[in-house]
Every structure is written in structure tokens, then in C-alpha cells.
Design a protein around this ligand. Structure first.
Ligand code: LIP
Length: 263
């Protein structure tokens, strides 16, 4: 079946823009926690659920035979060969606290992998997108990752899990890493962190325990911006893997350092 990538990108951008506007302008002043997942701090709000429903409705209106995988539980096999991977709010805790670091992340994948990705950051009015082999863009302008620097000069983004066990290990690793890099940043959204690598706003990003919807769009955008991105490193018994994104030479150096720190 021939896939019209331009059509899919237009649908993804429309859904991300529309949902981003809904989340930005309709956020209840008294927004609270509607449910929790892997721990008491792994939260879901009513807006996460509403946004995922909105995205799927908007896409399905154009693409009734596609499949879906959403963070908030929407999962359906399609018959078209296209599956949409959706994080309706990446950076949910930031959204809950009315901090700016949240986004809508939408990717379309086929049997060959991720075909396109859109990351909409409404509070700052930025839309990142990429199509496989088509480059990466912010608000329609090409973006590229920074040239590789030695890790001692690298500004490194990372994130933390929600369980005490994982956070204890992550704290030990980051305590050892901090003196060996320029500095660290913790934005609270994997998709935004990956887009920051793509736009040259950080030199590198790593995090263990991400879900497919956290990385689907951002990993393609970072790759299309010239970064090396690995998302399935060092699988552990809990099913978690490590994601590392950076220009090739720095990615290799950072990966070696993280391995030595048992991150
Ligand atoms: C978030 C990730 C972030 C991670 C947070 C959280 P969510 O996803 O994007 O990188 O550090 O703990 O998992 O839960 O906001 O969709």
C-alpha cells in the first residue's frame, strides 16, 4: 500500500497543534491527579486522558484503518500498515505544576520503523518535526545537533524514573557523572530533551526507563538532526532500557562512561 508521507505529516501536525492548544488554553486552574501508574508520583491527569482521546479522534477521522499506541492505554492494531505512537502530554508532572516543559508527541511508524515525528511545545510556540531521511525542523527551519565535544565540555540532559529503587541508582550514577561533564539539565520531558539535542541546545541526553511513546518522535527528530540515538541499550529484568542521544563521538564516550557507572 502506498503511503502518502506528506498527508501523514499534515495530519500529525494538525493533531499536535490542535491538542496543544486545548492543553494550553483549557487547563483547569484546579488541575489535580486523576490516577497514578508505576508509583505514587507517576501521575495521570484528566487532561492526559482527554488529550489522547482528542488526538486519536482527529487522526482516525482521516485514517480510520491505522493502528494506535498511546501512553494512556489506547492500543489498537490497524490494517493499513501505519501505527501512531502517542504521548499526549510528555512532561506530565510539569503540566500538573503549570511549568512550561511539556509537549505533545506524535509519531507514525511502519514495519520499517518510525516514518515521521512531531513534537509540539505549546508554551514556547515551538513545533519540531522530522520525516525519515528528510531532515529535522523547528518551526519549519532546519536544525542540526552540535558538533561532538569531549564529555568534560558536554551539557548533558537526563531524567529520572519514578520508583525509589531506580532513583537511588540514578542518583549514584549522576553523582559520579556530574564532576566529569560541563553540567546537567533535567527538563522533565524526554521528547523535549531529544529535540534539545536536535536543536543544539544540549550536547547529549541519556535516560533509562523510557517508554516507546516518550521517544518515538523525538528520537527520529534527533537522528534527522545528525545525532546518534540508541534507545534499547542494556535491557534489565524490569524491561527497562537505556536511551543515549548525542553526536556520534560524544555518544560513544558518554555510553562508555555510563557503562562504567552501571547506569
Ligand atoms: C516523562 C519523561 C521524562 C522522565 C519523566 C517522565 P511522562 O514522561 O518524558 O523523560 O524523566 O520521569 O517519565 O510521564 O511525563 O509522559
Amino acid at each position: 500500500m502506498t503511503i502518502d508521507t506528506a498527508e501523514l505529516l499534515a495530519i500529525a501536525r494538525d493533531a499536535a497543534r490542535h491538542t496543544g492548544g486545548f492543553l494550553l488554553h483549557e487547563r483547569p486552574a484546579d488541575l489535580g491527579v486523576a490516577a497514578t501508574k508505576s508509583s505514587p508520583t507517576d501521575v495521570v491527569t484528566e487532561m492526559d486522558t482527554a488529550a489522547e482521546k482528542l488526538i486519536i479522534e482527529r487522526i482516525r477521522a482521516h485514517r480510520p484503518h491505522d493502528g494506535f499506541l498511546g501512553e494512556e492505554g489506547d492500543a489498537s492494531e490497524g490494517t493499513s500498515g501505519v501505527r501512531w505512537v502517542i504521548d499526549p502530554i510528555d512532561g506530565t508532572v510539569n503540566y500538573l505544576y503549570d511549568l512550561p516543559g511539556w509537549c505533545v508527541s506524535i509519531a507514525a511508524e511502519t514495519a520499517e520503523g518510525t516514518l515521521l515525528g512531531v513534537v509540539e511545545v505549546p508554551v514556547v510556540g515551538e513545533t519540531f518535526h522530522a520525516v525519515r531521511d528528510g531532515g529535522a525542523f523547528r518551526n519549519g527551519k532546519p536544525i542540526h545537533c552540535r558538533p561532538a565535544v569531549p564529555s568534560a565540555r558536554a551539557l548533558v540532559a537526563t531524567g529520572f524514573g519514578y520508583t525509589v529503587e531506580r532513583r537511588t541508582r540514578q542518583a549514584e550514577a549522576i553523582a559520579a557523572l556530574l564532576p566529569r561533564v560541563r553540567d546537567l539539565r533535567r527538563a522533565g520531558s524526554a521528547a523535549i530533551d531529544l529535540c534539545s539535542v536536535a536543536a543544539g541546545r544540549v550536547d547529549a541526553y541519556y535516560e533509562r526507563g523510557l517508554n516507546p511513546w516518550d521517544v518515538a518522535a523525538g528520537a527520529l527528530i534527533a537522528r534527522e538532526a545528525g545525532a546518534d540515538v540508541v534507545v534499547d541499550l542494556w535491557p534489565e529484568a524490569d524491561g527497562s532500557t537505556m536511551c543515549v542521544a548525542a553526536p556520534a563521538a560524544l555518544r560513544a564516550e558518554l555510553q562508555t562512561a555510563l557503562a562504567a557507572l552501571h547506569a
